[in-house]
Design a protein around this ligand. Structure first.
Ligand code: KG4
Ligand code: ZN
Length: 329
């Protein structure tokens, strides 16, 4: 079975071909245009998707040695995301599917981040997933395929959003998550104790207090001090974010009693988080699944594999498939 995956929910145009447990190609066209604005500009994003979607898909098929007519399904992210961006990928996928009579499969972008783990790990249930991306932070319990219960979510900023917004306060380029990560590697995480909001309470998250606290800290200490101690400040911020994430994950694992645990989304690329997770899983003898870096941030391989799982479950869509900007709950 060969599945083409298409992803255009935010600022990456991506296409990938998945077949029989293997990713045959994984092409990502990143949009650099947003950098100078310090965040994604929706109108520019959809225009850029429009310009690159044909070439990106073509490249994915060529690299996989596949023909459009070889495909058993076309999977496309239909939400959540930016409406204009989603529409480009979805309309393109619909056109391709209808013109060649190929089944169309709508894929939830957040579910796809989770199922990206099954590219490199055995498919197992039940599991607890910590999803940490730029737009979402949540803990999910999956009893079986596509049967998810939300255990907790962020009440304000997502973890990736916290990295990006704090990075902006520290004058770092967008997206700041990977930059803060890199700077943290040469810093002392105990340099300053930033707040760990809601760490002792339940399974919900809150990161906006941390952002405000960094802002006040920078205002109080001044630019020169911050510049001089940038590595330490970044490490202290990373400590605060990752400590909360790990504590909540531990609580979710304890509450549900699962053995299989996964982490997904852009922030799962964070080196401090990965190190802490490995240590925790080792200590508790858990089956920890984290995607390799290329499958952490937005990509179409995760859409293709989720499409393959959905086809297996006979979950196929038709041309009435609609995009959606926000998750229902
Ligand atoms: O999953 P993703 O690619 O897109 C969304 O669905 O939102 O996540 C992007 C987020 C951004 O906020 C980015 O700064 C963050 O993931 N990110 C990281 C790292 N790599 C990406 N945050 C911390 N450390 C990283 N290494
Ligand atoms: Zn994403």
């Amino acid at each position: 079975m060969k599945i083409l995956g298409i992803e255009s929910s935010c600022d990456e145009t991506a296409a990938s071909v998945y077949s029989e447990g293997k990713i045959l190609s994984n092409i990502i066209a990143s949009q650099v245009i947003h950098q100078k604005f310090g965040g994604v500009v929706p109108e520019l994003a959809s225009r850029a998707h429009h310009r690159s979607i044909v070439e990106t898909t073509d490249q994915a098929l060529t690299e996989a040695g596949a023909n459009i007519d070889d495909l058993d399904g076309i999977a496309v992210a239909n939400g959540p995301g930016l409406m204009g961006s989603l529409l480009v990928g979805l309309s393109f996928a619909k056109g391709l599917a209808v013109s060649r009579n190929i089944p169309l499969i709508g894929v939830n972008h957040i579910d796809a981040h989770m199922y990206a783990n099954f590219i490199e790990h055995k498919e197992v249930y039940p599991f607890v997933a910590l999803i940490v991306s730029g737009g979402h932070t949540r803990l999910v319990y999956a009893e079986k395929i596509l049967h998810h219960t939300i255990l907790g979510k962020t009440r304000d900023d997502a973890a990736g959003e916290a990295f990006d917004k704090i990075g902006k306060i520290l004058n770092l380029p967008y997206p700041a998550g990977p930059v803060v990560d890199k700077l943290s590697c040469d810093g002392d995480g105990t340099f300053h104790q930033f707040p760990r909001s809601m760490i002792d309470k339940g399974l919900d998250f809150s990161f906006s207090g941390l952002k405000t606290s960094v802002l006040y800290y920078v205002q109080e200490k001044g630019e020169r001090y911050v510049e001089k101690n940038l590595n330490h400040i970044c490490a202290s911020v990373s400590e605060a974010i990752t400590e909360v994430l790990i504590e909540k994950l531990k609580r979710a694992v304890k509450t549900t009693g699962v053995h299989h645990v996964m982490v997904a989304g852009g922030v799962s690329a964070n080196s401090m988080l990965r190190k802490k997770l490995l240590h925790y899983a080792d200590e508790m003898n858990l089956n920890l699944m984290i995607p390799s870096i290329q499958f952490c941030t937005d990509n179409a391989a995760m859409i293709a594999i989720t499409g393959a799982l959905k086809i297996r479950e006979n979950l196929v869509d038709d041309l009435s498939l609609r995009p959606f900007a926000k998750l229902q709950k």
